[in-house]
Design a protein around this ligand. Structure first.
Ligand SMILES: O=C(O)CCC(=O)C(=O)O
Ligand SMILES: [Fe+2]
Length: 369
């Protein structure tokens, strides 16, 4: 077994077990009720209501589920998968022509770190709305906003079209899922839609090459997704592991052909005031096979102030988080991808009301707003 650069090596307690626990019980949800001609989310009949209960339970108990009969055309998925394969096959100097840097925040990148350990992967990112508006600096006083444009490679020639068409289809699915989630929280279905006007959503093409030391390195280290919802396509190789809520065990999400893996992100956790929690996950690599995956990170507009929804808080269940600016949060995270930080990255628990109270050593009387 070969060795890898020290930058990739996980601390002992975070190294993957090479024996795999398959995730029995990650809910598999059939969305065909949504495409039946006589049903609509706006006017839910009993089939939609059953679906809403299923989605609510999956969000509460797992934070992760898979969907089938989701309405995303298979040919659009095949096409972006083929483009990803062709793009990553190229020599490094070709891929680096569209590399990401501190100014161009999307494009090709092969040195991402998760919690200060380098990931065994290369990625290509593109924003779904181009230009996409984002603050230029994490400094709360700096109000400058910049337009982000995608960088498209010359090869393969159909790359851009395949990416844009795919994103359009997955976006429709993401909106439907947010509507079902709203209903499952007892809210009107369109409760979240307004946050996604001027969205900062991006799609990532992930390529995990075979790794000579899969017992030391990870494709992506343990993390939670910061956005609202992630809609993930994985190929048939497998490697995604989810930290099971019931016992903290890392379990593998078995690939289901053409299904999407959906997970609740930090923003839904905050909006729902912890009714639904964002769950930790990571990606294992293996020594024989390369793996591809395509997450769609559904992100609100930069000017969204993320906080528990008023409809979901009251005197008995006060807001557990202070409002934070999504744009500033995102810019802080993006900036940190370029350096190996000595300190932990910004996390939603930094905005927990309790956290603040603890910090001030009880001097503060908790403000329920
Ligand atoms: O590749 C995967 O299966 C998941 C990747 C992931 O969790 C991420 O990019 O946030
Ligand atoms: Fe993730």
């Amino acid at each position: 077994m070969g060795e890898v650069d020290e930058a990739f090596v996980q601390a002992l307690e975070h190294r993957p077990k090479l024996s795999v626990t398959e995730a029995e019980g990650i809910p598999l949800i059939d969305l065909s009720a949504l495409s039946a001609t006589n049903t609509s989310i706006k006017n839910p009949d009993s089939t939609i209501r059953d679906l809403v209960v299923e989605i609510g339970n999956a969000c509460k108990n797992w934070g992760f589920f898979q969907v089938i009969n989701h309405g995303v055309p298979t040919d659009k998925r095949r096409s972006i998968e083929n483009m990803a394969r062709k793009f990553f096959e190229q020599p490094l100097e070709e891929k680096r022509k569209v590399r990401r840097d501190e100014k161009k925040v999307v494009g090709y990148y092969d040195t991402e770190h998760t919690k200060n350990v380098r990931d065994w992967k290369e990625v290509f990112d593109f924003v779904v709305e181009s230009p996409c508006l984002m603050p230029t600096s994490p400094d709360p006083e700096d109000k400058e906003i910049a337009e982000t444009y995608n960088q498209w490679p010359d090869y393969p020639p159909e790359f851009r079209e395949a990416c844009e068409e795919y994103a359009k289809e997955v976006e429709k699915l993401a909106y439907k899922l947010m509507e079902l989630i709203a209903l499952s929280l007892g809210l009107p279905p369109d409760s979240f839609n307004g946050f996604f006007k001027d969205q900062t959503t991006f799609v990532r093409l992930n390529h995990y090459p075979p790794c000579p030391a899969p017992h030391l390195a990870l494709g992506v280290g343990r993390h939670k997704d910061a956005g609202a919802l992630t809609v993930l396509a994985q190929d048939d190789v497998g490697g995604l592991e989810v930290k099971r809520k019931s016992d903290g065990e890392w379990v593998r999400v078995k690939p289901t052909p053409d299904a999407y893996i959906i997970n609740v992100g930090d923003i839904i956790q905050v909006w729902s005031n912890d009714a639904y929690e964002s769950v930790e996950h990571r990606v294992m690599v293996n020594s024989e096979k390369e793996r591809f995956s395509i997450p769609f990170f559904f992100f609100p507009s930069h000017y969204t102030m993320v906080k528990p929804l008023d409809e979901l808080t009251n005197e008995q269940n006060p807001a557990k988080y202070r409002a934070y600016s999504w744009g500033k949060f995102l810019t802080t995270r993006k900036g940190s991808n370029f350096k190996k930080l000595e300190v932990e990255n910004v996390q939603i628990y930094h905005f927990r009301v309790q956290e603040l109270a603890d910090k001030l050593d009880g001097a503060l009387s908790i403000n329920n707003k």
